[in-house]
Design a protein around this ligand. Sequence first.
Ligand code: APR
Length: 188
Amino acid sequence: MAMAQDAVTIAGATLRLVQGDITDQHVDAIVNAANSTLLGGGGVDGAIHRRGGPAILEECQEIRRTRYPDGLPTGDAVATTAGRLPARRVIHTVGPRWHGGGAGEAELLASAYRSTLARAREEGLRTLAFPSISTGAYGYPIEAAARVALGAVADELRVHAGAFDEVRFVLFSAADLAVYREALRQLS
Ligand code: APR
């Protein structure tokens, strides 16, 4: 595993940490930290719908009508158009709300990352940008979330070697980037 401070190579894919806004990422798929309604919200969800435009919400509403009348389950993921975003697709996933750690949160968070990567593989999307899922409004402690997130993505890159070129974690603050840096260091 080649090491720099903010990037590692795993089975030929680059896992990279960056600080920035997820809606600025020029990748195949931007990942949304959605909620089960798929009808928008604040944080990442708000930024993606605001910048991506109404086409994204229209597709989300269609997905709710035709496939998920009761909402997208936590840990699952669906893909839509990226609208005006600099990406081909948006993959919406629902992370767990934090309830103290005894309600299967870690497994549900890992599932959100794995399901997102599965949707990407299904559509041949080779570069992705993830936000730090569940560590905002959903209250998941970021140190624990970073370990789960990087571990799940690293495992998937190994299991599906050759499926991806780059998986990026886009951290909104320097503090969040520092937490993920430490988790990445422990991963190696
Ligand atoms: N780019 C990158 N990261 C961002 C951005 C952005 N534009 N905006 C916020 N973040 C960061 C937050 O600082 C946090 O670290 O993304 C992380 C996830 O925060 P949330 O967006 O609040 O997502 P989450 O904790 O998963 O909560 C999901 O919030 O917005 C609603 O509809 C959403 O109900 C759902 C809930």
